[in-house]
Design a protein around this ligand. Sequence first.
Ligand SMILES: O=C(O)C(=O)C[C@]1(C(=O)O)C=C[C@@H](O)C=C1
Length: 112
Amino acid sequence: MTTTAQHTAASAPAAAAPSAAPAERTGARTPEAAELIGGARERIDALDDRIIGLVQERMAVSAVIQEARIGSGGRRVNLAREMEILSHYRDALGKPGTALAMTLLELCRGRV
Ligand SMILES: O=C(O)C(=O)C[C@]1(C(=O)O)C=C[C@@H](O)C=C1
């Protein structure tokens, strides 16, 4: 029987294999570029871990707010506040910022 992992490994392009040579793995055409990309990817992985941690922290703080509001007899969602957040992200990051804020709000809403 073929496992999912075997199937994926067999069908994935060689460039994606972890054991591939650095230049192949990064798409670079020189060892220097491969080295630079490898280092920058490590920084991106570290940044992504921090971003994920911040998102999780945001979710926890949002849950505290929602709990307090619902516990006091209010509604879970506060649309006026959501509009402020959408504007904030859009002002900082442009149109994709709005999409990012919507995803964050989706993650944060409805956790309590
Ligand atoms: O600020 C609030 O009132 C919240 O409930 C937090 C939050 C958010 O995650 O930013 C979540 C739900 C609301 O609809 C608006 C905003």
